[in-house]
Design a protein around this ligand. Structure first.
Ligand SMILES: CCCCCCCCCCCCCCCC(=O)SCCNC(=O)CCNC(=O)[C@H](O)C(C)(C)COP(=O)(O)OP(=O)(O)OC[C@H]1O[C@@H](n2cnc3c(N)ncnc32)[C@H](O)[C@@H]1OP(=O)(O)O
Length: 265
């Protein structure tokens, strides 16, 4: 029998009314209500209230000169459970056995340990990282990745926000797949120290995951054969009582700066 866990009460689910959403787009369009054109997108209103100016509303020139903001830290959208688990995981970093990986809106620039594959021309402020494409805190993926010093074990603490809903009250399976892909991807990157591509992702969805739930995706490298990295992942609640999903994945190391086959002219 599948046991459906309780949906967290409303206090723990970040509310979205009257917040500003920035829709990712490369087009520079004047934002409504006199807000400055957003290099990352168009400011939109939810709930009929003029939006406050989102902090990303800066010129592309200014964007290049500001320090990137590490988003893998608590914000107002994090539930109490998310904060507590974050502190718990952070304490493990004190002896150096684990480390927290910073996370930014743009993925390309900020992975110093990984030689990045560049698939196409990168112009202007560039694309948003998929998991960081909402500015409203708590709306989408809130997460922090921790890597074990072995480099073969990654854990992603994640709170899936209300914009990731599939069936009413529950996270969309594609959002859970994204969480898993990101966690196994981080583990594969740590192993390969060069660009990797997901070649195969096999997921068993075991228990519906409530929107707002705080979960841990736990990924390990199982074996490394030439360019092939085989990994596993389990997504569970913070106490380890509920196993939401488990997965296996194959990542392929790709030659640096070489586009994958489909992107070659
Ligand atoms: C330091 C740490 C920092 C951490 C910081 C973290 C930051 C946060 C992390 C974010 C992490 C995001 C992670 C997202 C990752 C994507 O989302 S990637 C996007 C989705 N994936 C794709 O688009 C991939 C599309 N496919 C491809 O581009 C190509 O098929 C591939 C996968 C690159 C492989 O092509 P290829 O390089 O030409 O390889 P090929 O020679 O065909 O095959 C090599 C071997 O792999 C096998 N193989 C290839 N494909 C398959 C397959 N599908 N099934 C089985 N076997 C296969 C072949 O049989 C072959 O085996 P052998 O003959 O050597 O035994």
């Amino acid at each position: 029998m599948i046991q459906i866990p309780n949906v967290p009460d409303g206090d723990n689910i970040p509310q979205l009314c009257h917040q500003t959403l920035v829709v990712p787009t490369a087009v520079l369009v004047p934002a409504p209500h006199g807000a400055t054109a957003a290099p990352h997108g168009i400011a939109m209103t939810i709930g009929g209230v003029p939006p406050p100016r989102p902090h990303c509303c800066v010129s592309p020139q200014a964007l290049c000169s500001v320090s990137p903001q590490d988003l893998a830290v608590p914000n107002a959208g994090w539930s109490v459970a998310m904060r507590e688990q974050f502190q718990h995981l952070l304490r493990r970093t004190a002896d150096g056995s684990w480390r927290r990986i910073p996370s930014y809106r743009r993925g390309l620039d900020y992975l110093p340990e990984v030689v990045q594959m560049v698939v196409g021309p990168v112009t202007g402020p560039g694309p948003r990282h998929f998991l960081r494409n909402l500015d409203a805190e708590g709306a989408g993926f809130e997460y922090a990745i921790f890597l074990h010093s072995s480099g073969h074990h990654a854990q992603c603490l994640c709170q899936l926000g209300p914009y990731l809903e599939g069936h009413h009250g529950f996270a969309h399976g594609g959002a859970i797949a994204t969480l898993i892909d990101t966690t196994v991807g981080a583990c594969a990157l740590a192993v390969a120290k060069t660009s990797v591509m997901t070649a195969k992702l096999n997921i068993s969805y075991l228990v519906p995951m409530p929107v707002g739930a705080v979960v841990v995706a736990d990924s390990r490298m199982e074996r490394h054969e030439g360019r092939k990295i085989f990994l596993s992942c389990r997504v569970h609640d913070t106490k380890g009582d509920t196993l939401y999903a488990e997965a296996t994945a194959l990542f392929i190391q790709v030659e640096n700066t070489k586009p994958p086959p489909a992107a070659r002219p």
